[in-house]
Every structure is written in C-alpha cells, then in structure tokens.
Design a protein around this ligand. Sequence first.
Ligand SMILES: [Zn+2]
Length: 247
Amino acid sequence: MAATSTSAGRRTLADSAYTELKSRIMRSELVPGAKLSIDGLAKQLAFSQTPIREALARLESEGLLARRPLSGYTVEPLLSAAEFADLFEIRMMLEPLAARRAAERGPDAPPEPALGNGDERADLLGAARTPDPSADKLLFTEADRRFHNTVADLSGSAQLAKSIRRLDAHLHLHRAYIGPEAIGETEAEHLAIAAAIIAVKPLAAEEAMRLHLERSRVRHREAFAAASASAAQAAEAARPRRAKAAR
Ligand SMILES: [Zn+2]
C-alpha cells in the first residue's frame, strides 16, 4: 500500500514537471536550442531530480527535446520548411482517409476494441469544439489533437489511428504563434467534419477534412514564416556585438 502511494506520488510529480516544461516549450519561454540542465531545472521548479529526469525523457520521446551524450538535453528547433511541407503532405494522405472511413462505418458500427470504448462518436461534436481564444495555448493544442485522434479512432483502423497519432502534428505545429482568429476558424472546420461523419456522408467527410488541413497549412505557414523571421532578426541583432568583441 505504502509502496503504491509512493509510486503514485512520484508519478504525479513527474506529470506536473512534464506539463510545466512542455508548456514552457510551447510558449517559447524555453527557446529552440536552449540547453536544459537537470540540476538547474530541479532547483528552478523546486522538484527533485527524478521527476525532472522522467519529464525530460518523455519530452524527448515526443520530439520536443534532443539528448546528446555528455551535453544533455536541448530544445529542438521548430520544424524546417521541408519538415513542415512533409508533415502536411503525410497528413493529407492519412486524415481525409480516416474521416471517410469514419463516415462509412456509420453511427451504429460496433466499436473497434483496439480503439477505445466507443464513446468517441457520442462525443464527436464535443471534441470538435475549441476552447475560448483567451485560454492557454496548450488547451487549444490539446483540443485540436483530441479531435483529430477521435476521427482517427472512429476510422476503425488501428494502423491508421497509430500512424496519425505518431506524427504528433499538433505539438510541432502549435509551437509557432497562431492568432486567436485561427481558433474560431478551426472550430467551424472541425464541426463540418463531425457533421459529415454523423450524417454518414463519406465523401463530404473526406472533403471537409482535406479543406481543414489545407486551411490549417496556410494558417500555420504564416505563423512559421513570422517565427523564423523573428528568430533571424534576433540572430542579426546579436551579430554586430559579437563581431565587435572579436576585433
Ligand atoms: Zn484541426
């Protein structure tokens, strides 16, 4: 009993350290390239080293951190232009297919045991909603991720659902700033996808998902261009000082 509650307590600590660090990465308070020391983070966040270690390993597995022998953890850079294009090309192949399959299965299809308990369809409209624009960015990221994973699960294909989840698209895309108007547009597009799935209209569901990804690509492309311009500006601002110091 005591051992169980101790390990549950440790789990909770590791979870809070994970959420706190992830939120700092998503808000760019921990900037791309920043070096993270376990000791420093433990002091800063008032945690012991074990939960920090667990949190860092989890963030590494999600691709937000990189770990190099001897030098420890660093924050991964934002997606490059090529990675960004790749991510959307792959999503365009997988996600409209998932939406079509979800609509094809119809509202009375038995739940796929590998894909949850079948409550997803009842909550598809709920999952399509996005939080208020003033809410923390992580809540929007989480809501967007949940909707896409719900559609993936409703496809009835464990392979397809696994492939979509593995991309961790929302995590990587939402690191660049997107304005509050994007949240409202996203909700309207999600609701159109959900409505087509509920109405058992496979082609409409496929098309609605394709349209959502296309619009999302445009919204994120602008955000990424702005983020890389400001990163370039910061590098430019740092340059003359270094040049002077070298002389
Ligand atoms: Zn979405």
